[in-house]
Design a protein around this ligand. Structure first.
Ligand code: AHM
Ligand code: MG
Length: 338
């Protein structure tokens, strides 16, 4: 029989045996996982749960919110605000931070999330997910938005839950990447893979090709070489996949290798990229690094970037080490020739 290690036991052992996490962080991660189970249920119901379609509102990024964006945001807030482990939360769906109300005790952690990543895939029954990042609140009396502006290297935990054919929770507390699969009968996350590693080389890339004409020279060069395959400089054929949900694309890359690109492009040149640094790129970067991969904006390690704003955007290249390093080398060459 499959010997099951449940998320609770995994976290208790991280706390007790390995001394990696304090009890409050264990509680926080369990609560986030519980919220993800509730979001998973809502996702699964689809049209039966009246969760499909738009919500007649816009978020701070100017994007039309889906009903499920709002539901997932509320589930995460309600689940996390009363436990005493958090000081405040920040979300893609909220302009400012949500401070834990006075009626509850305030903890020392900060939670950041993209409650429902891949919103454009909700109504077409394609994998979507929740991405989260945990920071420690800096010393000081009142929690403020400034407290959330910490580089990704400061994260205490990071993870995502992908709602696909299976509901899968992927987690790091800084000592490798663990994968848990939701056992729906038991209602529990079961450890199904430990110490996940991304192969250093790959023959698979993930990028939205429809933006090709807007890219800069290093990205154009890199993708052109992939497409030229065995006839070109790379001397090998590449395959392409683009789900359009970062969680699903990065999950595939964590599982079998690959490179994910969402570069800066000329459509909105003043924006550094599409994806958000603090609650999308940073947690995914830490997972990728913990799995032996690399995550950069082309020029810098993403987790070293000091955020200036909560909803700051960033260019993203992450995945198999040798491919991401190659993109960075193309940027370095372009800079030295400029
Ligand atoms: P979202 O958080 O509003 O869903 O937006 C982020 C998503 C990513 O999951 C995905 O990689 C990207 O946007 C897809 O963008 P595009 O539709 O431009 O390919
Ligand atoms: Mg997102």
């Amino acid at each position: 029989m499959y010997k099951k290690t449940y998320l609770t036991r995994y976290l208790v052992e991280k706390q007790r045996i390995n001394g990696h996490i304090p009890p409050e962080l264990r509680l926080l991660l369990e609560v986030v996982a519980r919220a993800c189970k509730r979001i998973s249920q809502a996702v699964n119901k689809g049209p039966l749960g009246e969760v499909m379609g738009s919500a007649d509102s816009e978020n701070v990024q100017g994007e039309i919110q889906k009903k499920l964006d709002i539901i997932a945001n509320e589930v995460l807030i309600e689940a996390n605000e009363w436990g005493g482990h958090l000081a405040a939360m920040a979300s893609e769906e909220m302009e400012g931070i949500h401070v834990v109300p006075n009626r509850y005790p305030q903890g020392e952690y900060l939670l950041l999330f993209d409650p429902l990543d891949g919103s454009s895939n909700i109504d077409v029954n394609v994998s979507i997910g929740t991405i989260f990042s945990v920071l420690v609140k800096p010393e000081g009396a009142n929690v403020s938005e400034q407290d959330f502006l910490q580089a990704g290297v400061k994260q205490a935990a990071a993870g995502y839950c992908v709602y696909g054919p299976q509901t899968t929770l992927v987690l790091t507390v800084g000592d490798g990447v663990a994968v848990f699969t939701l056992d729906r009968e038991q209602g529990s996350f079961v450890l199904t893979q430990e110490d996940l590693k991304i192969p250093e080389d790959t023959k698979e890339f993930a990028v939205n090709m429809s933006n090709q004409r807007h890219w800069d020279a290093p990205v154009t060069r890199y993708i052109n070489e992939c497409i030229a395959g065995s006839d070109g400089a790379r001397g090998k054929d590449f395959n392409m996949r683009w789900v359009g949900s970062m969680v699903a694309d990065v999950h595939r890359i964590l599982t079998r290798g690959g490179i994910f690109l969402y570069p800066w492009d000329k459509r909105e040149p003043e924006k550094p990229g599409k994806l958000r640094l603090t609650y999308e790129a940073n947690p995914m970067s830490w997972l990728v690094e913990q799995a032996g991969g690399v995550a950069t904006d082309g020029k810098h390690r993403i987790m070293d970037i000091q955020p200036a704003q909560l909803h700051e955007r960033v260019s993203v290249f992450m995945g198999s080490k040798n491919e991401v390093d190659r993109v960075s080398s193309y940027y370095a060459e372009a800079t030295s020739q400029a």
